[in-house]
Design a protein. Structure first.
Length: 202
């Protein structure tokens, strides 16, 4: 069995997957059957350049945004008409938001979609960033660009379940804090799905 996280990650892509949502820890919540979800994609980018361990590239969203202000997120956004597919969406958004050249990314594949409370069906696109680049935050959307150790967010033991009031009722969610960054919500749920398959280093 592979012991390094990237080998385990590649192996996990051949395993069965199911979609996820912001409601997974709240099974009593009934959602409208006729709801229409808008397609979107995010780049789950793992930086492998340099001599250190692989790191996950994340952003802190600008505080003035309407949805999820100040939260930790993957680079990404909704699909535009000009995007060939959701891979193109993720790469375009990553270039716009953090200055990541598409040519620097090796696409490994797409994970099952994730439904958000804001009405999006988000497809996580998994990719390796093998080339160094100069992070450039888009001021309108990104307050900060940072990276977290990949093995930290691939360890299920690092995750915890918390809750807060949302629309008048308690809603549970995953969180996986790292340093000063509170990673939670959709980002943490997508990472937890990966962590359940990849797991920590031995």
């Amino acid at each position: 069995m592979a012991t390094d996280p990237l080998s385990r990650l590649r192996a996990s892509l051949s395993q069965p997957w199911t979609h996820s949502s912001d409601y997974d820890l709240n099974p009593g919540l009934v959602l409208p059957e006729n709801r229409v979800l808008r397609p979107a994609a995010v780049l789950v980018g793992i930086a492998t350049y340099g001599q250190g361990e692989p790191r996950l590239v994340l952003t802190k969203r600008a505080s003035h945004l309407r949805n999820h202000p100040g939260q930790i997120a993957f680079p990404g956004g909704r699909k535009d008409e000009g995007d060939k597919d959701l891979v193109a969406t993720a790469l375009r958004e990553a270039e716009e938001e953090i200055g990541l050249p598409p040519a620097a990314v090796e696409i490994l594949g797409a994970l099952p979609p994730h439904e958000t409370v804001t009405g999006y069906q988000v497809t996580p696109i998994l990719g390796l960033i093998a080339q160094d680049f100069t992070p450039r935050p888009q001021p309108d959307e990104v307050a900060e660009i940072f990276s977290a150790p990949f093995d930290h967010v691939m360890n299920p033991a690092r995750f915890r379940i918390e809750q807060r009031i949302w629309r008048g009722t308690w809603r549970k969610y995953y969180a996986v804090p790292w340093g000063p960054y509170y990673i939670w919500g959709a980002t943490a749920r997508i990472l937890r799905g990966l962590a359940d398959r990849v797991g920590p280093c031995a």
